[in-house]
Design a protein around this ligand. Sequence first.
Ligand code: ADE
Length: 270
Amino acid sequence: MNFHILTLFPEMVMNGLNTSIIGRAVDRDLLSIEAVNIRDYAFNKHQSVDDYPYGGGAGMLMQAEPVYLAYKAVEDAILKRKREELESVKSGGESKTEDACKNNGNETKLRVVYLSPQGDVFSQEMAEELAQEEDLILLCGHYEGIDERVLEEIVTDYVSIGDYVLTGGELPAMVMVDAVSRLVPGVLHNDVSAEFESFQDNLLEYPQYSRPEEWHGRKVPEVLMSGHHANIEKWRREQSILRTKERRPDLLEKCELTEKEKKWLKNLPK
Ligand code: ADE
């Protein structure tokens, strides 16, 4: 999967994403992350990309044209790559992606996400959906935002990472890249760990323990040392349900419990 981040602060984004699991996935060619500096597409000699808003008001706005040109450069590069992949399929060569063949080579619309507190709130479900894309363009605003006209022209999705206002879209973009990347096959060494974790079926993850068996007088729950896999699974599922009930009762309402589990939950001592 390829992430293309349009930003005024490329180092911030790249420095935040080149370590640990995501950095290793990039080294292993499972992901590519490029940060495109919108300032490189400034059309004046001072390389300024902001201007006063019409109608007055506090702060500056990012102008439409540099954002558009930065987007266009990314779009052109993606379409060129896709065309080359298609050519290689047609000529019988190997193709790196199935994507080139989709839609018989007709260009599918690229997803362009604008990070904004006005967007839909980011969720695991959204991450799962976006992880299906071959390319994802993330547009980071700064100052008081971006001229509305370029947003109307290029943006397909508006995404917020929560109901608070940050100084720019870079941290939200990094959050999204992280959450989406770990769902790309191969990024997590242990493929099952992306499946059985918080928010799977709207349940939170059960508690986990490692050595030593006793720490600060606290013991690892007996059942986990029993080697009895069915009992361990049952205990974990129950812990997940209890945890969700205590910490995120809003999620429990959405989760599918068996009749037996519903009864068990109802009969728990208060
Ligand atoms: N830009 C500023 N605040 C934001 C938020 N909460 N989510 C996404 N983008 C933002």
